[in-house]
Design a binder for this molecule. Structure first.
Ligand code: NDP
Ligand code: MG
Length: 380
């Protein structure tokens, strides 16, 4: 029986993680969870799965819930996230919170020797060097949940990282795959939230439309698999059936395939190195699909991907700026305060405005993150 603490339980990855836990009650037990503001769903999860510790965003919500569920411990705010991440009865932390707010709890959980199943890519983008150093020092495994990285991780089993020629991340192209840049000028929030293959949280759905999601994933892959940026390629693949591939030195390519269903990579991170049946998952029928399509990625069409490669290669605090500017710009778009194409302009301005700091520590990263968000909001 694995004891799980889950950050972001009310989100898209969070609720799918709970589905896996419910589907295998003799394998997994939810012991701690964090949520944000969705208290209705929080109450339902508490009744269903009876975690021992729950963290919410606001203190008042923690007090209200304590009155309703006196046998459960409640906490709140950013410190609450860390309390959940390091909960003493948990073996594994599933980090499915959205944004760089996941960084400090992750570092603390690593220091407490928790295995980390990481969906929260912003944590690796903003401070990949710190997370990887800490994981190495504490001999803690970081198991990818993001489907591309899970695919690479699965293709790597029984292989050695030193035999890799390059990684090939596949990209669906997001909601606006077939639109020209001119057509992007007038797109609405509703258009952007309508992803063709995956149903996900709002922030990552916008990231997929701008292609920043793939940019964040390139940086995530750089850290998870110690791979130089010029050996990470992105290929457009509109069906999202091949989740990513590794090309080895001898030209052999190993790919991982499946229907687009995040529960599969989530479950693999929870059961690794074993596999469990997942009866509710739809099996892939290639004969029914017939054809798969691939095309080159255009970095002028998808400027955010170019920014991510540049920020990743520059290193230091540039990826922190990339991530924080993107979080602030996407939040502004979702608030109706910025247009879709303004997202990339805001990121470009934040990057060119920043004086890079090499090998930053946690405090510098937190400062740069905050400064960048302020800068983006002041430009707006
Ligand atoms: P959602 O927006 O659906 O969920 C985010 C979760 O985090 C919710 O539980 C939310 O709480 C909580 N949360 C958000 N902000 C805060 C905060 N400030 N303090 C505490 N809790 C907070 O996101 P997703 O599930 O889509 O994505 C989660 C992460 O996984 C992201 O990093 C994303 O990039 C990554 N990912 C997601 C994939 C997907 O298919 N969705 C695929 C691959 C990676 P509440 O709703 O209660 O306010
Ligand atoms: Mg992904």
């Amino acid at each position: 029986m694995k004891h799980i603490s889950l950050m972001g339980a009310t989100g898209s990855i969070g609720t799918q993680t709970l589905d896996i836990i419910k589907e295998h009650p003799s394998e997994f037990k939810l012991v701690a969870m964090s949520v944000g503001k969705n208290l209705e769903l929080t109450r339902k999860i508490i009744r269903d799965l009876k975690p021992e510790l729950v963290s919410v965003s606001e203190k008042s919500a923690a007090n209200d819930l304590k009155a309703e569920f006196p046998h459960i411990s409640f906490t709140y705010g950013e410190e609450g996230l860390t309390e959940v991440a390091v909960y003493h009865r948990a073996d594994i932390l599933v980090n499915a919170v959205s944004g760089s707010i996941g960084l400090t709890p992750t570092l603390n959980a690593i220091r407490e020797k928790k295995t980390i199943a990481i969906a929260n890519k912003e944590t690796l983008v903003t401070a990949g060097h710190l997370v990887m150093e800490e994981a190495k020092r504490n001999q803690v495994s970081l198991l990818p949940v993001d489907s591309e990285h899970s695919a690479i991780f699965q293709a790597l089993q029984g292989e050695k990282e030193k035999n890799i020629e390059r990684l090939i991340l596949t990209a669906s192209g997001g909601s606006f795959r077939d639109r020209t840049r001119e057509e992007l000028e007038s797109v609405t929030i509703e258009d952007a939230l309508n992803h063709p293959n995956w149903s996900m949280g709002a922030k990552i759905t916008i990231d997929s439309a701008t292609m920043m999601n793939k940019g964040l994933e390139v940086i995530e892959a750089h850290w998870l698999f110690s791979m130089a940026y010029d050996r990470i390629d992105v290929l457009l693949h509109k069906e999202s059936i091949i989740h990513s591939m590794i090309e080895f030195h001898d030209s052999s390519i190993i790919a991982q395939l499946g229907t687009p269903d995040m529960r599969v990579p989530i479950q693999y991170a929870l059961t690794y190195p074993d596999r469990l049946k997942l009866p509710s998952a739809k099996r892939l029928n290639l004969a029914e699909i017939g054809k798969l399509h691939f095309s080159m990625m255009d970095l002028d069409r998808f400027r955010c991907l170019k920014f991510a490669y540049e920020a990743g290669k520059a290193g230091g605090t540039m990826p922190t700026v990339l991530n924080a500017a993107n979080e602030a710009a996407v939040a502004a778009f979702l608030d109706g305060k910025a247009s879709f194409l303004q997202i990339e302009d805001l990121i470009e301005r934040a990057l060119s405005n920043h004086n890079n700091i090499s090998n930053p520590g946690l405090l510098e990263i937190q400062e740069v993150d905050l400064e960048t968000r302020k800068y983006v909001n002041s430009v707006l």
